[in-house]
Ligand binder design. Sequence first.
Ligand SMILES: CC(C)(COP(=O)(O)OP(=O)(O)OC[C@H]1O[C@@H](n2cnc3c(N)ncnc32)[C@H](O)[C@@H]1OP(=O)(O)O)[C@@H](O)C(=O)NCCC(=O)NCCS
Length: 188
Amino acid sequence: MRLMKRKLPRLCTDRLVARLLEPHEAGLMVRFRDENRDHLEQWEPLRQPAFFTEGFWEVHLRLTLRDFRDGASVSFVLMSPNEDEVLGVCNYTNIVRGTFQSCHLGYALAEKHEGAGIMFEALSLTNAYMFADQGLHRIMAGYLPHNERSGKLLDRLGFEKEGLARKYLKINGRWEDHVLTSLVNDAY
Ligand SMILES: CC(C)(COP(=O)(O)OP(=O)(O)OC[C@H]1O[C@@H](n2cnc3c(N)ncnc32)[C@H](O)[C@@H]1OP(=O)(O)O)[C@@H](O)C(=O)NCCC(=O)NCCS
């Protein structure tokens, strides 16, 4: 079987660049993760100390490039326009093809960039890329019922609520209920 060579995405607006990072850029991720350790703790899985090291991110970024080429995920990093700062991340994972053509979405923004419409701007672009370039039909995102910012963001992007999943993800060490939402590509 001939493998399709996938071109790495690079999506730009006046305020951000969305692309995958290279392993040699691990230090930028460490800075983002370190500066936002407290801010993100309550919304994410428990992180081991290694998660805040360059060694971890060198390996992880290499794996995200491999997964991209395998068609398994697209892990966007949102950079400042001059690409010297990570503003946030949006990860499209668990890409399933066949009759499903779907994936899961997770995202996080630096605390200092909240409230400026950055994530909305980024996800508008990256969702369109996942539909038009990756050919997906459905993007699924879940959020903690008390995560109002996340709920508002998904609603504005057109994600529809589909239900409440009991003890759905292990967040900060505890299994937590999540509101399930999806964005469906109605173009085909
Ligand atoms: C969820 C998260 C990404 C939302 O960030 P955000 O900045 O609120 O999201 P948006 O990009 O939609 O911005 C909306 C805010 O920007 C404001 N805004 C300012 N300029 C804007 C513009 N040009 N366009 C749109 N919104 C703008 C909006 O009024 C809104 O502010 P408000 O909530 O005070 O009313 C962020 O809070 C985060 O990373 N949280 C921690 C991690 C997390 O929860 N991840 C998701 C797990 S499900």
